[in-house]
Ligand binder design. Sequence first.
Ligand code: CTP
Ligand code: MG
Length: 390
Amino acid sequence: MTEPTPLATPRTVALIVAAGSGTRMGGVPKQYRMIGGRSVLAHAIDRLMVHPAVASVQVVIGAGQADLYRHAVGDRALPPPVTGGDTRRASVLAGLTAIGEADRVLIHDAARPFVPPTVIDRLLAALARSPGAVPALAVADSLARGGESLGDAVPREGVVRVQTPQAFHLDAIVAAHRAWPQDREATDDAQVLRAHGGGVAIVTGDPLLDKLTYAGDFDAAERGMERRMISRSGMGFDVHAFCPGDHLWLGGLRIEHDRGLAGHSDADVALHAIVDALLGAIGDGDIGSHFPPSDPRWRGAASDRFVRYARDRVIARRGVIDHIDCTIICETPKVGPHRAAIRTLVAAMLQVREEAVSIKATTTERLGFTGRGEGMAAQAIATVRLPPDQ
Ligand code: CTP
Ligand code: MG
């Protein structure tokens, strides 16, 4: 008996329309503005791109928006953007024409940055029974006609708020868009498909998908993003042995001492512990993996550059450094007189307020290698906040 041939997995591409000018919000077109250190468009791209069913993401931009686009997406691996038209419908059609080989398409507004993966799952599942599917939510507020003064109530029963992404069999939506009269506008792609006789299933949408339309929506999205940031902690530990010398480096401060610290770089135990704590909080290896001791470039290097580097790794992940707590362990030198200066230096390296840095010191009651004065150690804990998708 021969095995049944498995059905080929349908190829799904996402089409993001980002060619609008955001007149109701004003200023820079909203899809190129930043939320939580990332452009609105990049949020939408990243959430679609990471979904396992999405093979590629095609973006449609407005004429003259190429520079804004490049700045908004950075070095993300995407096909070149297509130029859209004067209306959303024209922009969608331009995008559909550029997609190439695919079975299914998710058409999405760039102005809806937060795409939950569960909504994509529901939409794609619904395509098994229908050529189109949309996410929608019930209307909670009462509805009425309005103008200068309040008009008649509009029954809420059976009314839904329709969101994007909207999912379609590619051939069906392309045919429907081609057949749509040029002189008429469409509210969305689902209506274009319906006008061409295609059925559209409804799946449960998500308030996170609400469109950014007015300036106030932006502030709310920024606050919501901040609320959803997740807190991570990382720990760091470092030891250096004393050696002959007349000074040592501690927390970025040069301290005169009757011995120095041996190490490949400047042997600043406090800064090394802080670097490892920061890298630990973002799960990004340790100081040795980024600055191998075998590399002659780091011989005698001032460790503040390692701290700045770790800070930038956190920023690149769109993270925020909330707090650093560092304990320096030694019998000598006395750390107390230098604590305030070290705190100021570390806060400056991390570009955080001094209140976000704590520098402490302890002896080990003459026990162990630090107690015997053979070397120094430091421990640090870093607390950072990262965007919810990390
Ligand atoms: N869009 C588009 N091409 C157009 C108009 C809109 O690609 N000619 C896109 C927008 O970039 C947005 C989505 O369609 O991602 C939904 O449109 P809307 O919220 O109306 O955005 P804008 O048209 O930019 O805003 P406004 O109507 O306030 O000018
Ligand atoms: Mg518009």
